[in-house]
Design a protein around this ligand. Structure first.
Ligand SMILES: [Zn+2]
Length: 167
């Protein structure tokens, strides 16, 4: 329940991020954000599980490329192993260098993909072609456009997000 994804809106109602309910509840408790939409599930006596929250103060969101991080790569790939195409929780996922690091592969968006532990071990020190393990999609940098695209994809599971993602 506390791992339910929550859409985070800027004070201007612009969608800016997705976080887990656990973090959203902390933001609400601190008074940083308030609930816009909630599920019919109570987490406390008076508090319902948030679906969409909105920041009280406007936050400037810099328009730049997202930083390469484990978390952002998982978000871009929607927690799907790019080799066996299955979704896993973060703990069972690893970052895989498409061209292995030991062979000069760089730690950049275009060379990093989400891989489950098993596939990563199976691929080992080989390229996808050598291992006979084709990638689900060609890895690209996450831009502001693709970030919104990702938000929409995640939002398909929660109809309460729709009014905030399609405009
Ligand atoms: Zn896999």
């Amino acid at each position: 329940m506390i791992l339910t994804p929550v859409l985070v809106l800027n004070a201007s109602y612009e969608p800016i991020a997705v976080c887990l309910a656990r973090r959203a509840l902390t933001m609400i408790a601190k008074g940083v954000a308030r609930i816009e939409e909630a599920h019919d599930i109570f987490v406390h006596r008076e508090l319902r599980l948030p679906s969409v929250i909105r920041l009280r103060d406007y936050r400037r969101v810099p328009v730049r490329r997202h930083t390469v991080s484990r978390r952002n790569i998982f978000i871009r790939d929607r927690h799907r192993c790019q080799y066996c195409k299955q979704c896993f929780p973060g703990l069972r996922l690893t970052l895989d260098h498409v061209t292995p690091k030991s062979r000069g592969g760089l730690s950049i968006w275009e060379n990093l993909v989400t891989s489950c532990r098993e596939c990563n071990a199976k691929k080992a020190n080989r390229t996808p072609a050598e291992a006979g393990m084709p990638l689900a999609v060609v890895p690209r940098a996450m831009s502001l456009h693709s970030a919104r695209h990702v938000l929409r994809r995640i939002g398909e599971e929660d109809p309460k997000w729709r009014p905030y993602l399609y405009f």
